[in-house]
Design a protein around this ligand. Sequence first.
Ligand SMILES: Nc1ncnc2c1ncn2[C@@H]1O[C@H](COP(=O)(O)OP(=O)(O)OP(=O)(O)O)[C@@H](O)[C@H]1O
Ligand SMILES: [Mg+2]
Length: 246
Amino acid sequence: MLAANRPGTPLLEVDNLHVAYGKAEVVHGVSFTVQRGEFVVLLGRNGAGKSTILHAISGLIPKRAGTVTFAGVNVTRASARDIVRAGMVQVLEGHRVFTSLSVEDNLLIGAYSGAITDRAVLEPIYETFPELAERRHQQASRLSGGQQQILAVGQGMAAKPALLILDEPSGGLAPLVVDRILDVASALCRTGIAVLLVEQLVEKALRHASFGYLLETGRIGGAGSAAELQDSALLRRVYLGGVEVD
Ligand SMILES: Nc1ncnc2c1ncn2[C@@H]1O[C@H](COP(=O)(O)OP(=O)(O)OP(=O)(O)O)[C@@H](O)[C@H]1O
Ligand SMILES: [Mg+2]
């Protein structure tokens, strides 16, 4: 396995996480970290347990065992609301926005979820995504799928996260939109915000992230810098089911 230790201050520390649906455990003792301002990708095949891990650390589903520490605070038992307020914000899979509300109200809901009441928080989001600024008073149902995903990312940004978690932002979107979202995620990292990305588009994800973990049916099978993981035998094993050769 490739080395998982790297310099920096841990922002998120997940230790020995187990998650089950009823009696069926699907996450079997997963440990990983995200450093402050770091861009980390969690890779793995369909059904490996990526979304389950994200939902568990965000407090959306219960954990069977393990510890989650965020910004030095044990948030293992904290509510989803308190976790968002602490600065860990997740953009769920499938660009879920409130389609009956306007673009702006969707962004404001993101802000309120992070206990942000100053509308000024929206300005940098509108600067980053002019298509949202142009459509701020339109109902979100009128946006394209790509624009809705951008809105979902904007909603996450509006909560002023220290860690933004993105679960498959590429889902069903055109490659250019995906590039744009990943470029924005990289830009957020340069402002000190950490990003934890789950993505099926492995090459694109590794081009943007600095560090990656590979999940194999509920267990971390390996980890390394994005450069180490690109083209590695480990990655081939995880995705192609082949034999690891080095
Ligand atoms: N609500 C649920 N109830 C029961 N089992 C579930 C539930 N959600 C997910 N699972 C199962 O847990 C396992 C992990 O699913 P999960 O959605 O976390 O995988 P994933 O890595 O996010 O996959 P994908 O790439 O398809 O999004 C799968 O076997 C899945 O069938
Ligand atoms: Mg998933």
